[in-house]
Design a protein around this ligand. Structure first.
Ligand code: SAM
Ligand code: SF4
Length: 326
């Protein structure tokens, strides 16, 4: 078991499979983003070796993310290898959905269990503006393919940015009336240097709830009022799906954090919003023994920071979101 010094059992690993992406969302990366050379990234075998190590330390839940995980070469065999690792109970993915139309079936067959798909608006023009060139219909096709492949319950991640899509909150909530999806609104985290977006463009969960309530009626707590992962969940009266709010900025969930992250270049990142990282890839490539690597991971987890400092205006500046995986 990997415990931190605050007694939290860290057993959920989010792996960034690549920093590359086929979109350029305005809140995530600049249009002229430059990416790491392939040699600096974890290779397929290195990913599987590290997953085996984490699994032996009690990690049982893996989420694949990026950049865009579906643009990684060999994504289907990578998923198959991770899903087949003894001790891993759950494998999910966060994706922009663009390639899911063709990949949802093979990924499900390889052992992927669920997907979170990012979709910030149902308006094709606004979708293009937020993603800089994305085509809404591809993502829609991806969502339907994911559902048909059994990657359920489908969760839809919506980052709300003032001046871009705050008016779309209601239309996206309306989807839950007919579809058994969970639409989750995420407060934007303004990453220094990565984008021109500012703290004042953050739309707080409270405002999103008020917009939904005014248009569609009261939100009733779901999940017994408990957090579902990092989201507080509700449903509209009679709805098939759920609505979640991830209030990282206004109401952090650090006390219940059970996660660590592996960056695409093989660093163990202990908090999304803190700069502290532990290099695993360099010792792995230098031939470190399994016992040495195990100890490096355990020592790193022990020093996991208590929480982030967004409320105090403290931002990590050494990485952008696409390198860490969100
Ligand atoms: N490309 C995939 C996608 O978009 O779903 C996975 C990687 S993306 C970095 C993971 C999640 O982080 C997405 O839901 C995305 O919307 C979210 N995200 C990216 N930049 C963000 C920001 N500045 N604040 C909050 N969420 C952000
Ligand atoms: Fe790509 Fe996801 Fe970042 Fe959008 S949020 S640019 S899809 S990595």
């Amino acid at each position: 078991m990997a415990l931190d010094r605050f007694g939290r059992n860290i057993h959920y690993l989010r792996i960034s499979l690549t920093d590359h992406c086929n979109l350029r969302c305005v809140y995530c990366m600049p249009e002229d983003m430059t990416f790491r050379p392939n040699a600096e990234m974890m290779q397929d075998g290195e990913i599987l070796t590290l997953v085996q190590l984490f699994a032996r330390l009690g990690f049982d839940k893996i989420r694949l993310t990026g950049g865009e995980p579906t643009v990684r070469a060999n994504i289907v065999p990578i998923v198959r290898g991770i899903a087949g690792t003894p001790g891993i109970r759950s494998v999910s993915m966060t994706t922009n959905g663009v390639l899911l139309g063709k990949l949802a079936g093979p990924l499900a067959e390889a052992g992927l269990q669920r997907v979170n798909i990012s979709l910030d608006t149902l308006d094709p023009e606004r979708f293009r503006r937020v993603t800089r060139w994305g085509k809404l219909e591809q993502v829609w096709e991806g969502i339907l393919a994911a559902e048909a492949a059994g990657l359920t319950p489908v969760k839809i991640n919506v980052v709300v940015v003032r001046g871009y899509n705050e008016a779309d909150v209601v239309d996206l909530a309306r989807l839950t009336l007919e579809h058994a999806w969970q639409v989750r609104y995420i407060e934007m985290m303004p990453f220094a240097g990565a984008t021109d977006l500012q703290l004042r463009q953050v739309v707080k969960a409270e405002e999103m709830q008020a917009r939904i309530h005014a248009a569609l009626g009261p939100l009733e707590p779901a999940n017994g009022g408990e957090l579902d992962g990092e989201a507080r969940v509700f449903h509209l009266p009679g709805a098939r799906g759920e609505i979640g709010f991830i209030s990282s900025v206004s109401a952090p969930f650090c006390a219940a954090c059970a996660r660590a992250r592996l960056t695409a270049d093989g660093r163990l990142r202990l908090c999304l919003l803190r700069e502290k990282e532990v290099d695993l890839l360099t010792p792995l490539r230098a031939g470190a023994s399994i016992d040495d690597l195990r100890q490096i991971i355990l020592d790193g987890i022990w020093l996991k920071p208590w929480g982030h400092g967004l409320a105090d205006g403290e931002f990590a500046t050494n990485r952008v979101m696409s390198e860490i995986g969100g």
